[in-house]
Write a protein that binds this ligand. Sequence first.
Ligand code: DDH
Length: 286
Amino acid sequence: MSQKGDFEAVRKDIAKLLHQPEYDDGSAGPVLVRLAWHSSGTYDAETDTGGSNGAGMRYEHEGGDPANAGLQHARVFLEPAKAAHPWITYADLWTLAGAVAIEEMGGPTIPWNGGRTDYVDDSKLAPRGRLPDGAKGADHLRWIFYRMGFNDQEIVALSGAHNLGRCHSDRSGFEGAWVNNPTRFSNQYFRLLLSLQWKKKTLKNGVQQFVNYDEDSETELMMLPTDIVLTQDKAFRPWVELYARDKDRFFEDFAKVFAKLLELGIQRDERGVITNTDNEKGGYHS
Ligand code: DDH
């Protein structure tokens, strides 16, 4: 067992558990990134509710939300790290795992700070329905992400996380991966959005997505309607173009915005100590 507050030791154990040969594309990384994002992405800036504090996905209200289908795999992958470092809160573990996974898959270094609490504050609970719906358009994207405090540039940068992982018909109804190498972080998603011809396809379950058959790999790549919208909306498109041609700029902007996502609803003093969680009720301050 590591010493309380030794996040480096936890990072090392998370990095070790990413390799999962039996799972998806052989890595727990993408689903861990999604766990970190869905923990944080319920935040509402106006009412200061939702966000990663409380690790609400341990309970049915949030864990059983259809928007979070499949994320139990991510939580199970992390149990050995929790067992080895029982002092870490789930809220910290899940957000840290997303940051570590991005770094280990070749992405930028994500600034991350600990101190989240597992104490569930009922007055901070988020209703279901705060995460985005992939079938919708630009208005929906802005409604969801402005609520958290993000702007158009940040919406596009965040969406670049779809360089990673895949859709599973039994989880979201959508099917397939966005890029050929879904366990390597890159700006390929933006390049493919612009360079390929995306055609609407209705899956057997009635769900509509966009697809392109890639002859080199003989696989069909996919985009969600919300991904395609980024190329169609006048304010989103210039950012897609920038990130497609400038990988370094994408990495820089992504690191900033993903770090901001993980901090939603967390208030810190000048030393970085969290001021809005109750230590006595399960929080932890370094
Ligand atoms: Fe996403 N995402 N996401 N996404 N996402 C899915 C998978 C993954 C939307 C819908 C879906 C972000 C934004 C959006 C990741 C990261 C991020 C799936 C497939 C759907 C559907 C789930 C499944 O079937 O297993 C929509 C809509 C949006 C939006 O409106 C912008 C953001 C902001 C992130 C982020 O991390 C910053 C990752 C990673 C995955 C792959 C998961 C996996 O299991 O693989």
